[in-house]
Design a protein around this ligand. Structure first.
Ligand SMILES: Cc1cc2nc3c(=O)[nH]c(=O)nc-3n(C[C@H](O)[C@H](O)[C@H](O)COP(=O)(O)OP(=O)(O)OC[C@H]3O[C@@H](n4cnc5c(N)ncnc54)[C@H](O)[C@@H]3O)c2cc1C
Length: 507
């Protein structure tokens, strides 16, 4: 099967759906791995969306805070444009039906770390992403210009004369277990495939966030940028068994804002001696401190007992996650680990979201617009997804249409032969462990060097066409980028070799 559209959007998170909705008037295909509005990281977002709409605040101040968080490695024009667009982004989301929290007639604004003003628009307390995605999904269901392909994975970008002209898709599995393969064609293909947290052992990201969009773009010769900048969140709920690969629930930093403290199993509040702001220090400093404690053999906990009963109203998502583990945060300590959370790098795009390959665009977490620089300011990523996605959708809707379907059979993805010499699940587990221990919070040049060799070895043991090859490819590209950046900055911390410490490794 082959079908022609004006625009193909790969991914149905906040960035993909904003792009698709804004491209009103042209035929848009949305291809997504799961179910729209539910798969990807967007529905998990807790804090909300940053916008300078409070008294005394301004887009200029929002831009300045973003530049500071990004260690001024940001693309200044992109930052300025995004901060100026933010109030309109919130209005647009309200117009399509998002119900944000209010205080009286005004939108309630929360303050998050490194923001100079309260400027985070939120919904349902800490369920902002779920509400934004509910609204976007409802709007897409009513939009006649959009056709959705759910449970479908793009496995290859199709190129013709150096331009991307379509996608090869592995469709939903049939009753016999086989997946249908089909192609979609369009002059504009937008990658909105999200982040890469799943490449690390501990992550807050759901399973769809495994860097597949980066691999597709790289194989289509698009340039990738700043791959080494990964933000690690300091407090994810620790897995029940160390080393268990899964999406870990986020224990929001607003809990620390409400007074929660980081302690180790001996009750030591280790942040007091490390930073003047203690538990309110920047995310990367906290995350590295937690990692160091673990490297020394300690278990780290968040003590939120002082919040008392109020925790149930203020942090319902956190309470639910704890309850699932039989932890009562009103009377018990919450075990935490740092976890891969957000990717600042991605497909290199210009201010119009165009990649370096004609016909290929990128928005949201998979894109590197440069707005985040070397580290992301909290609650800027949902904003980035909507702001850039919406602007791109509107621009693509104005572009000339094309009716031509190129010959079928160009670079089409086919199901690889079964019976690989090594199981994909085993390779993926090894990759996540390797990435965590070598390209995680503390990086060492010698370990990165040997990680590249190990990743190449794993690649050689997989059959051509195996999905895990994409994940290995992105892992190798990231490790290579980390090796090249020999200066520690923002979220990237590197030393020549691992110092000798007593205690167990932070697995
Ligand atoms: C727990 C958590 C809390 C967060 N809290 C906040 C917050 O409060 N504020 C904030 O601004 N940011 C927050 N973030 C970050 C933010 O949620 C993400 O950066 C943002 O939602 C990414 O949106 P996206 O549309 O780019 O990607 P996603 O929402 O991740 O969507 C990616 C989509 O691509 C699809 N996809 C991937 N590969 C393929 C493929 N090959 N073929 C077809 N489809 C594919 C997936 O199925 C999915 O639909 C949080 C993240 C997490 C994990």
């Amino acid at each position: 099967m082959a079908e022609q559209f004006d625009v193909i959007v790969v991914g149905s998170g906040v960035a993909g759906l904003s792009t698709a909705l804004a491209a009103r008037g042209v035929r848009v295909a949305v291809v997504t791995r799961g179910v729209i509005g539910l798969d990807g990281a967007s529905a998990w977002a807790q804090g909300g969306i940053a916008a300078a709409i409070g008294p005394g605040d301004s887009p200029a101040q929002h831009a300045l805070d973003t530049l500071k968080a990004g260690c001024r490695r940001n693309h200044k024009a992109a930052v300025r444009w995004m901060a100026e667009s933010a109030p309109d982004v919130v209005r647009w989301l309200v117009d399509i039906g998002a119900e944000f929290d209010h205080i009286g007639a005004n939108l309630a604004l929360a303050r998050e770390a490194a923001h100079s003003f309260p400027r985070i628009v939120h919904a349902g307390g800490d369920a902002s992403g779920a509400e934004v995605m509910r609204a976007l999904r409802s709007a897409v269901e009513l939009a006649s210009h959009i056709k959705v392909f759910e449970r479908s994975q793009v496995r290859e970008l199709i190129k013709l004369n150096q331009s991307v002209v379509g996608v090869a898709v592995q469709g939903a599995a049939r009753a016999d277990g086989e997946a249908e393969a089909f192609e979609l064609y369009a002059p504009h293909v937008v990658m909105a495939t999200g982040g890469i947290g799943q490449l690390f052992l501990n992550t807050t990201n759901p399973p769809e966030c495994d860097g597949s969009g980066l691999a597709l773009a790289h194989r289509a010769s698009a340039e990738l940028n700043d791959l080494e900048y990964i933000q690690f969140h300091p407090t994810a709920l620790a897995p029940q068994q160390p080393g268990q690969g899964e999406q870990l629930p986020l224990i929001t930093e607003a809990l620390r804002g409400a007074g929660a403290r980081l302690v180790n199993e001996q009750g030591q509040r280790f942040m007091l001696s490390l930073h003047e702001a203690a538990e309110l220090a920047p995310r990367d400093i906290l995350a590295r401190a937690v990692w160091t404690q673990m490297e020394r053999g300690h278990q780290v906990y968040l003590d939120a007992r002082m919040i008392g009963d109020a925790i149930r109203q203020r942090f319902p998502t956190v309470v639910r996650s704890c309850q699932q583990r039989q932890i009562d945060p009103r009377s018990e300590l919450i075990p935490v680990v740092p976890a891969a959370h957000y990717h600042m790098g991605g497909i290199k795009v210009d201010l119009h979201s165009m990649s370096t390959v004609p016909g290929l665009y990128a928005v949201g977490e998979v894109a590197c617009t440069g707005v985040h620089g070397a580290n992301r300011l909290a609650s800027n990523s949902m904003l980035e997804g909507v702001a850039f996605g919406r602007a791109l959708g509107e621009r693509l809707a104005r572009m000339p249409k094309t009716a031509r379907i190129p010959p079928v059979g160009l670079g089409i993805w086919r199901e690889p032969n079964k019976g690989a010499p090594i199981s994909e699940a085993m390779v993926f587990a090894r990759l996540r462990q390797l990435m965590w221990s070598t390209a995680g919070l503390m990086r060492y040049e010698d370990a990165l060097e040997s990680a590249v060799d190990q990743l190449q070895l794993l690649e050689r043991r997989c059959l051509a066409g195996a999905k895990v090859l994409d994940q290995l490819l992105v892992g190798r590209l990231l490790v290579s980028a980390a090796r090249k950046r020999t200066e520690s900055i923002g979220a990237h911390s590197i030393q020549p070799r691992r110092p000798q410490v007593s205690g167990q490794a932070a697995a």
